[in-house]
Design a protein around this ligand. Structure first.
Ligand SMILES: Cc1cc2nc3c(=O)[nH]c(=O)nc-3n(C[C@H](O)[C@H](O)[C@H](O)COP(=O)(O)OP(=O)(O)OC[C@H]3O[C@@H](n4cnc5c(N)ncnc54)[C@H](O)[C@@H]3O)c2cc1C
Length: 386
């Protein structure tokens, strides 16, 4: 459906959105293409939360079958639409889960048999087929892999920097950067410097900030914060390409889709016994490549009280140890290290609350905000509109 036909379908309203991370931008796009007049508030000069710190993996295969998976696929369509309508780079690279151990291979074989019944399109690859598709797979001990064509690669830093300009040009969305919203009342938002704006509807997409707006709602929300450490390897020489996103056997215990396999239990038990330090820091390893040829590597998971302002060298060392076992790069020079923190809602793909009339909260997309936000925003708009 085009922006014009959405506009005719509903009377235009004024919509305020707090937060210019991917959740805020997704809601801005959904509202603007329905013809509404949208203003986005972002306290930083450019959003610098979880949405610029991730792998840029649009990862439908990680979602459990059913509604979440359907929303991920809808998001995927939105990303491709965005690519076609803007200068934003989106690479339909797909993904390969690698198996270097027999128990990992058992999970992949089982999932390749039952996954299609749940709607996943995936293909079991022999060792030779993996190596033909990805020069990044480490051949040492490689048993095979699972290819999925659904995954996309985006460059989160570029998306968050350029999508506001596209929304402004294409739909007239207004952006108020360096504007912290410190108070919300029905129909009104106030900034720290005393300005105020009136709206028909306000959507708070503040990521892991649980303190500034509606702290009482967040206190009882069940939302958790999660910290992830990440690394970036240099742009690879001579135009070397990774091919599909790569995920290790460790990743099989991380995403909900593989929970349908019986063989996963043995894999989890082996890792708990053989390498408890990986469970301790929630480490599984993955790699994506941005359009500059750099390789984004990660990640770890530390929750709530375990989150320190300082990064742990031991986590970086463990991630690199595991990464080197499963992938190979021409240049392993680490050029950047950082961490990101996201809000996670365990009960659903997003946390939704309506703390006062005309005001909605949308956050808690966990490790799947790049994958889910566009689909969630479309779904949210359709189901909350009266
Ligand atoms: C290291 C890491 C790797 C990840 N990898 C992936 C991946 O590959 N694929 C995937 O699908 N997901 C991934 N995720 C998850 C994804 O990044 C998040 O789910 C998503 O970015 C959350 O988006 P958000 O808009 O809710 O939060 P944020 O990006 O944190 O944005 C919230 C914004 O709101 C602003 N804000 C807050 N309060 C106010 C206020 N009062 N006034 C004004 N502005 C305010 C903040 O400044 C911030 O810019 C990853 C996350 C991390 C941390």
């Amino acid at each position: 459906m085009t922006a014009e036909s959405f506009a005719k379908a509903e009377p235009p309203e004024t919509i305020g959105i707090v937060g210019a991370g991917i959740v805020g931008l997704a809601h801005a796009w959904s509202a603007a293409r329905r013809g509404h007049r949208v203003t986005v508030f972002e306290r930083s000069p450019i959003a610098s939360g979880a949405s610029v710190r991730n792998f840029g993996m649009v990862w439908p295969i990680g979602q459990p079958s059913g509604e979440a998976f359907a929303i991920a696929l809808r998001s995927r369509s939105c990303w491709l639409e965005l690519r076609d309508q803007s200068e934003i780079w989106v690479n339909p690279c797909g993904s390969i889960h690698l198996a270097h151990r027999e128990d990992e291979w058992a999970v992949l074989r089982e999932f390749s048999r039952i996954g299609p019944d749940f709607g996943y399109s995936c293909e079991l690859l022999s060792r030779a087929e993996v190596l033909a598709r990805s020069p990044g797979a480490n051949p040492d001990g490689l048993l095979g892999g699972l290819f999925s064509p659904m995954e996309l690669c985006v460059d989160p830093r570029a998306v968050i920097r350029t999508m506001p300009g596209w929304l402004a040009d294409r739909f007239g969305v207004s952006f108020q950067f360096q504007t912290a919203i410190t108070r919300v009342e029905p129909g009104r938002a106030r900034s720290a410097d005393g300005r105020s704006w009136t709206f028909d509807r306000l959507i708070v997409c503040g990521g892991s900030d649980f303190e500034t707006l509606f702290p009482d709602v967040f206190q009882h929300s069940g939302l958790r914060r999660c910290k992830l450490q990440m690394l970036k390897a240099a742009a690879q020489p001579d135009g070397w390409t990774l091919g599909p996103h790569l995920a290790s056997g460790l990743t099989l215990r991380h995403y909900a889709n593989f929970e349908v396999t019986e063989s996963l239990t043995a894999l989890k038990q082996r890792i708990a016994t053989e390498a408890p330090e990986l469970d301790q820091f929630g480490i599984h390893v993955m790699a994506s490549q941005n359009q500059a040829g750099e390789i984004i590597l990660g990640d770890s998971h530390e929750y709530d009280d375990a989150i320190a302002p300082f990064d742990k060298a031991v986590i970086d060392d463990l991630m690199l140890r595991e990464l080197r076992q499963v992938i190979q790069l021409p240049d392993w020079s680490i050029t950047e290290r950082w961490h990101g923190i996201y809000a996670k809602n365990a009960a659903a793909p997003v946390f939704e609350a309506e703390p006062m009339p005309g005001v909605s909260i949308r956050t808690g997309t966990g490790g799947s905000g790049m994958t889910m936000s566009f689909g969630l925003a479309e779904h949210s708009w359709e189901t909350t509109r009266s």
